[in-house]
Design a protein around this ligand. Sequence first.
Ligand code: NAP
Length: 256
Amino acid sequence: MGILEGKTVLVAGVTMNTSIGYRVAELAAEQGATVLVSNFGRALSLTRRIVKRLDPEPPVIELDVTNDEHLAGLADQLRQHVDHLDGVVHSIAFANPETALGGKFLTTPAEDVKTAIHVSAYSLVSLAMACRPLMGRGGSIVGLTFDARQSWPHYDWMGVAKSALESSSRYLARYLGPDGIRSNVVAAGPLETIAKKAIPGAQDFNDIWGTRAPLGWDERDLDPTAKGVVALLSDWLPATSGEMLHVDGGLHSTGA
Ligand code: NAP
């Protein structure tokens, strides 16, 4: 019996089989969950194609986290497939690679900062609230971050957005805790996804992890990160909320 047996989980942010969300969806289903996935815009057709590889094939819901109508209609969309939700995975981020990433930190226009924070941080709260009508005690919200307690080369305003995401998760833990709903983030090491490829200079992270992660790190292996997410969705961390779980080969614990 899997650790998510009987649970229903929405994974928001699946575009390719390289997406962290894809492996989370796959593993959650292997662990017994009924899974739904979402994505937005032109990539929806890619999502619909790629989820055909999953067994069973999950329903795909259109959700642009910056679209108020999508958010307002999300609970009804979900109810067409399930009667409640136990888990919500936020696997979403965006910042303009031309202006907000790759060393442009000091000159990024406010509008692009706003977009990065709206899509990558505020959306954790708007997604949680859109799903809230279907969630009850034992519910779990999980976001994905790149440990933003310190600065990184190239990461710039996405780093600031991730700080806001991590803080937003702690506030969700505060406000939803009395209803029995947990909120946590997984701080993953660098993984070869579309989001990472969009960051100019992000290949440097592979060298940093290659020399500093005590356990070593395989940037093509989504499994450790997906397992961390699934563990947080399960009932095996029932008193853990507002936490950042590092899945980074131990790098965060080293000074140099
Ligand atoms: P990914 O496959 O590109 O996933 C990011 C997802 O966000 C995509 O499905 C993207 O859709 C979606 N998205 C962007 N804007 C959206 C919007 N307005 N509404 C709804 N969805 C939107 O890359 P990933 O690396 O798996 O990223 C998943 C999460 O892990 C992100 O939060 C990322 O920051 C985090 N993370 C990644 C790494 C890494 O090294 N890859 C490390 C730590 C944390 P489109 O494809 O249509 O744009």
